[in-house]
Write a protein of this length. Sequence first.
Length: 165
Amino acid sequence: MDETVTTGWGDFAVAMVGAAAALAGLVMVAISVNIREILALPGLTARAAAAVGSLVLVVVTGGLLLVPGQPGAVLGVEVLVAVAPAVVLHTISLRHRARNSASGRFSLALYLPLAALQLLPFALGAVLLIVTSTSTGIYLVAAGVILTVIGSMLDAWVLMVEILR
């Protein structure tokens, strides 16, 4: 059997899909428990949507890494398509934060790099996969997956704990 760009990434993909699915469940519980507070604070629904969208991106990306035998360029296009909705949700969340935050500039100065740190590796890794069709781009995608799980954990904390302060 010929090696493909995803050879050796199966365990990583399965682990990240499991972690992201569990975290998505936690975020959904946090949203349902604190729905009144979330709806009362401007922009928090957009932040919750961005958190869920990011976790869906991790689950979808993990699933794509598990597809056997697909060429690197195809995987790159798939990851690029998968990251687009997450970028849109984070952009909407950024706009709401800028509009509704008392400290809009501070909020943007903090949230924009955090969002970029999560999503940029997906996009760059996807482009690298498309251009080179080698596994090099998967390392960037993997970094995006891990950073997105970390960022989503921070969002889960806000939706569960910080919202009640």
